[in-house]
Design a protein around this ligand. Structure first.
Ligand SMILES: O=C(CO)[C@H](O)[C@H](O)COP(=O)(O)O
Length: 236
């Protein structure tokens, strides 16, 4: 068996650890969703266990995040119980030069946007494959839709020039159902020249809960990369 580490896994681990290191004792922490944030949650748990960190509480952005937090011993709270979120750590599917994002690869973008936007400091954790010149160039834009409104929402998106596809489950017959019981439509736009405008326009369609454009929400983007065969972290 090869002992060589998968470079993408290595980049995700490094960047997850770097983000977890930013959390201070006594903080309320937004816990994002996805494979990169999973490492941040794991390292946060390790810091708590070692006593290096104390008295933190997590606000999970998904079922996945709450399961991981419980597994790694991070106490959880809710938005009803706190008056602030000090820091949120979350992944992204694309990051543009203005630190705007496409999220929702894990169908959790509605809760993610609520938590990430509330945080005093929102730290994005990605590997270098997620950096793009323009949003929408490598990833379809996820839109969470109320099930009964799926058909009219798809028509409205087509009128805006998008090509919507209902996201289907893997190892499950039928569509992906979000943690909130809704559906996800992934949309191809030829150009996303004005992400701020598109974010608002999509959310204005009756039946749309939230879309995966995160405009002017990120404070820091930590990028895991490999240079000369070694993992490094860049900051944007
Ligand atoms: O937006 C998300 C979930 O809705 C994730 O943060 C995004 O898909 C990135 O995930 P990963 O770190 O696994 O690449």
């Amino acid at each position: 068996m090869s002992t060589e580490q998968d470079p993408v896994k290595l980049m995700k681990q490094q960047v997850g650890k770097a983000a977890a290191d930013l959390v201070k004792s006594g903080s309320i922490v937004g816990l994002g969703t996805g494979s990169t944030t999973a490492y941040a949650i794991e390292f946060l748990g390790k810091r708590l266990q070692s006593g290096e960190l104390s008295d933190i509480k997590g606000i999970p952005t998904s079922f996945q995040a709450s399961v991981l937090a419980k597994e790694y011993g991070i106490p959880l709270t809710t938005l009803d119980e706190v008056d602030r979120i000090d820091i949120a750590i979350d992944g992204a599917d694309e990051v543009d030069p203005d630190k705007n994002l496409i999220k929702g690869g894990g169908a959790a973008h509605t809760r993610e946007k609520i938590v990430d936007a509330l945080a005093e400091q929102f730290v994005v954790v990605v590997d270098e494959s997620k950096i793009v010149d323009r949003l929408g160039s490598t990833f379809l834009l996820p839109v969470e839709v109320l099930p009964m409104a799926m058909t009219p929402v798809m028509r409205a998106i087509e009128k805006l020039g998008g090509k919507p596809t209902l996201r289907m489950g893997v190892k499950k017959a039928g569509p992906v159902v979000t943690d909130e019981g809704n559906l996800v439509v992934d949309v191809k736009f030829e150009t996303l020249d004005n992400p701020a405008e598109m974010e608002k326009t999509l959310n204005n369609i009756p039946g749309v809960l939230e879309n995966g454009l995160f405009v002017e929400v990120s404070d820091v983007v930590l990028i895991g990369a490999i240079e000369d065969g070694k993992p490094v972290i860049r900051e944007m």
